[in-house]
Design a binder for this molecule. Structure first.
Ligand code: AMP
Length: 542
């Protein structure tokens, strides 16, 4: 027998419609690229998103076509989140920290019809534009007074505010299939070319419900939310959607991610909840320390993307009375997977035990299943000791990558995360290692294969291995291990200089270690784990 309830598709535009109707007067505050602070309300956001939806239609953007953004966290980016997906096109957030070659590859692969960009990224756009066939249209996210002049992009350059001003705010959000694609985010989290994760309206809405819950990101209409985690990296952990669902005030940091700017905004706008990777919070805490400052309104901070060190949890909680919530997720998971929220019996544990618990990545939010398996795929016990590959499945987990040009990732219906973990009897997962060969530096990925490929171009290199070495500031930095060709007098400085202009500046390894040989497994594969064990502490002892 069928249930007799209404079938209303889960659509992103409904979040905006809800926010306009029920929280129209709630504020959105943004530090702009132009340098000033901009403020308006949800009702303005909704109206301008409708104007932009009309503008996209006038540019001929069809449902399902991709619209790229190269932008910081700010209100115009938020408008595009809703205008593009709401109209049935696909919002493709581009990561400006990537090398221009990778950006060009991603734009071409996604076949972006148009790319919107913040003025900061004009030089990047000028480098990318000649390398791509699509798009033919670029839009500078600024007003007429700030438009770049005398540019020769050999393509159309439009002004964001002209598009908004030039179109009506009468637009009916189409009734889409809830399974249609809404947004696209590439991840370079594994080897080979970056892969696109294509979210749907349904997966996004279900993720929004689950991520807003008290034991997840815990967001309400009384919160002032400060997403420092970028909108170009997994939809700022879904906060633009969550904020609309609950009607929270939003504060966007724009391009200013230094400790002083962040602290000013937190205090001026009375932020209650902030989200970011540990590296960014290090800068914030160092600044607050230096000025003997404090947090007068912030109640909690969600830290993820990389392990949150207990030392950071302690400073936030004991010195600043700000609760730390450790979370784990992935681009392929939209991103929220587990959140470290105490169960009832854990809240009164002795403080040391609570800190030990908070170092774990937490328990799954409803909607995510997880398991750990051994090398043969057998499930391992949740005893807090056995470690194995972490697999997940759920409503907002990807089942294959965009373009289908990669091996389908699922194993028996489970997504292999590339993380290695243990799970305790309470279901708290803790990451102990990573089976994927990548380096996560300051919350962003560096491909070890790409680094090795560049090293191999040098005539003095016989074998090149790039590993993630722990780093006090960036969490991890690339370390290059090199076996020289016989007779080669290659020096570290020369090899490092060889990387200039071949990779993004921050991808360049910090050091080279010359070794006589590298350990090989039975099939001739380099045993990176052994090398990580041996050299992983290189930057800590340096
Ligand atoms: P991304 O797809 O860029 O969001 O990266 C996801 C990956 O980042 C995960 O598979 C982990 O390797 C790592 N990661 C995310 N959150 C955490 C965390 N809290 N602790 C340790 N690693 C994390």
């Amino acid at each position: 027998m069928q249930g007799l309830m209404m079938q209303q598709p889960l659509l992103i535009a409904s979040l905006l419609t809800h926010a306009e109707r029920h929280h129209g007067g709630q504020e959105i505050v943004s530090r702009r690229v132009e340098g000033d602070i901009h403020r308006y309300r949800y009702r303005d956001l909704a109206q301008r998103a409708r104007r932009m939806a009309n503008a996209l239609a006038s540019l001929g953007i069809q449902p399902g076509e991709r619209v790229g953004t190269l932008a910081w966290n700010g209100y115009r980016h938020m408008e595009l989140y809703f205008a593009v997906s709401g109209a049935g096109s696909v919002l493709h957030t581009l990561n400006p920290r990537l090398h221009v070659d990778q950006l060009a590859y991603i734009i071409e692969h996604a076949q972006d019809r148009v790319v919107f960009f913040d003025l900061t990224f004009l030089p990047l756009i000028q480098s990318v534009a000649p390398r791509v066939k699509s798009p033919k249209i670029f839009v500078a996210m600024t007003d007429r007074a700030h438009m770049p002049r005398d540019l020769d992009l050999a393509t159309t350059l439009l002004c964001y505010e002209d598009l908004v001003d030039g179109h009506s705010d009468a637009f009916d959000w189409p009734l889409l299939d809830e399974n249609s694609a809404s947004s696209l985010c590439y991840t370079s989290g594994t080897t080979g070319n970056p892969k696109g994760v294509l979210y749907s309206h349904r997966s996004t809405l279900l993720h929004t419900y689950a991520a807003a819950l008290p034991d997840s990101l815990n967001c309400s209409a009384r919160d002032v939310i400060f997403p420092v985690v970028p909108m170009f990296h997994v939809n700022a952990w879904g906060l633009p959607y969550i904020a609309c669902m609950v009607g929270a005030k939003l504060v966007f940091p724009g391009p200013a991610l230094d400790g002083k700017s962040l602290h000013e905004l937190i205090e001026d706008e009375q932020v209650t909840l902030s989200t970011g990777v540990p590296t960014v919070w290090q800068g914030l805490l160092a600044h607050v320390d230096a000025i003997a400052g404090s947090f007068s309104s912030m109640q909690r901070t969600i830290i993820g993307g990389a392990p949150c060190p207990t030392a950071m949890t302690t400073v936030f909680q004991e010195r600043h009375r700000v609760d730390v919530v450790h979370a784990w997720g992935m681009t392929e998971l939209s991103p929220v997977g587990t959140v470290c929220s105490f169960k009832a019996h854990q809240a009164s544990l002795p403080v040391e035990e609570r800190y030990a618990l908070q170092a774990k990545q937490g328990r799954p939010v409803f909607g995510i299943d997880m398991k750990i398996v051994d090398l043969d795929g057998n499930a391992l016990p949740w005893d807090g000791a056995a470690t194995g590959d972490l697999l997940v499945r759920g409503h907002w987990v990807t089942r294959e990558y965009f373009g289908g040009d990669d091996t389908p990732p699922l194993r028996d219906g489970w997504f292999p995360t590339g993380d290695v973990a243990r799970i305790d009897p309470d279901g708290f997962m803790q990451i102990t290692d990573r089976s994927k060969d990548v380096i996560k530096s300051g919350g962003e990925w560096i491909s070890s294969t790409d680094i090795e490929n560049v090293a191999y171009l040098h005539p003095g290199v016989a074998t090149a291995v790039c590993i993630a070495a722990r780093h006090p500031k960036w969490d991890e930095r690339p370390l290059l291990l090199i076996v020289k060709k016989p007779g080669s007098a290659l020096a570290a400085g020369e090899l490092l200089a060889f990387f200039d202009d071949r990779v993004a500046r921050w991808w360049k390894p910090d050091a080279v270690v010359f070794v006589d040989s590298v350990p090989l497994g039975a099939t001739g594969k380099i045993l990176k784990n052994q090398l990580r064990d041996q050299f992983g502490g290189h930057y800590l002892s340096a």
